[in-house]
Design a protein. Sequence first.
Length: 168
Amino acid sequence: MPQEQVADKPVVMPMAQPVGPARRVVQQLTAVWADRQESLLAVLELDAQHIAMSGLSNDGLSLFNLTYDGKTIVADKSPLLPASLNPEFFITDFQLVYWPLAELQKILPAQWRLETAGNKRSLYLDDKIQVEVDYLTPDPVWPKEVDLVNFQYHYRLHIKTISYDPVP
């Protein structure tokens, strides 16, 4: 993301609480912005108490690690990632795609609106679209392939789930 587009306090959707059931997920993420395209492997572990996410380059280098307990994000990131890349984006994009609609609507301030139609979810701020999610392979448990477009920060994210495993 270009540095000038992300201020010190970006306007992002508020973060929701972690939700169960416990599961481990591996995904291929492809981000496109301006004239760049980058891919990484994301490994997620989540349950009703926390979200843990690690990002690895295609060569296996650690790009970031973050945890979120419903209150605080703890993150470290590689110098290979742009300084403007904010860990909140990972969590909010992930929640916007996968969290139950009712959970997200509970946390949205009055000026935010989340709508669904068919296989799409659209997030609005003051009636201006911010993010659109397109479920390419809808699944009631965990959609396997998803496109997310962030109109505010001008990036596209393609998410392909490689594995989804419930954790006892």
